[in-house]
Write a protein of this length. Sequence first.
Length: 334
Amino acid sequence: MVKPILKIKNLSKHFALGRGLGGLSLGGEKLLKAVDGVSFEIARGEVLGLVGESGCGKTTTGKMIVRLLGPTAGQALFEGQDVQRIPRRGLSEFRGAVQMIFQDLDAALNPKMKVRDILAEAVRLGERHTKQSLAKRLRELFSMVNLKPSKLENYPTSLSGGEKRRVSLARVLARKPRLIIADEPLSALDLSIQAQVANLLKDLQKEYGLSFLLISHDLRMVELLSHRIAVMYLGRIVETASAAEIVRRPGHPYTSALWTSTVARKKGAKVVGQLRGDVFELERPDEGCVFRSRCAVYQKKGKPKQCRVGADPELRQVRKGHSVACHFPLGKGK
Ligand SMILES: Nc1ncnc2c1ncn2[C@@H]1O[C@H](COP(=O)(O)OP(=O)(O)O)[C@@H](O)[C@H]1O
Ligand code: SF4
Ligand SMILES: [Mg+2]
């Protein structure tokens, strides 16, 4: 088997919390298990979508992969190397090879610098250039993200949301990354611009064979852009499968509810039923399945004991390439 570009093994991040904020009590200290034993792989040239409601641990997972946060336990291996153990002399290369695009459109763009200088700075971190070759490289980067060269003279504040997103993409591409962690890359954009940027991401991925971890709360968007999808719920991966399979035959009751609510919201309908409640306010039970307070199957089956006792269910294969963490996975789809 070809080695994955990224392998996540039992990655966890637990935050210590003040009293009264929920979370688990451990030796008097409250812990929030933001990411809790997450494992997955991304193959070279693959787009893995990581989807789940706000607060389920997606950004925290991304930050551990790019080494902005250290894990409480577990490892993120990039091209076989534990990112936490990359020596100082290898860090610059790593920061070019694995990059994160943040949800906040202004995060990576210094408002006091012209777009030209922002990009030039990124290019120079990885390449030596003469004045002429640098100008050529900047034009090349702009054409990769479909921006007019005249915009190079702008300051970020005078750009539209879509243009800022394109500049942040060009800035990432300047370092010739092999893996991009894109955290909600479309969510700050107007609906009309979202499709354009989604297409751009798709084209770039194909043309340059990039590997992506595509983070989003929007299952529909993730389905359109990903080869495979991992569904996350309160710090755990509850389902993984190909994008088509996840949508056609969801195995976890949460995935099914997420899809129903996504489609309903897109159609402008009021979301009723399964996904009520805000994940930030939910109790995280010490025992049993953490999804049960919102699970339709749990209710329908009369609150079975398997869901209430023992550990949270582990991911188990239900079909080739399709794993579900549920004692009663959905059978033949909807
Ligand atoms: N630095 C931090 N300190 C304490 N709690 C945090 C911190 N960062 C994130 N969290 C909490 O961890 C959980 C997961 O957050 P996050 O990874 O941002 O989720 P998502 O990206 O899926 O919305 C949330 O409950 C969030 O409040
Ligand atoms: S294990 Fe039980 S509570 Fe959890 S998702 Fe499956 S059916 Fe629902
Ligand atoms: Mg996030």
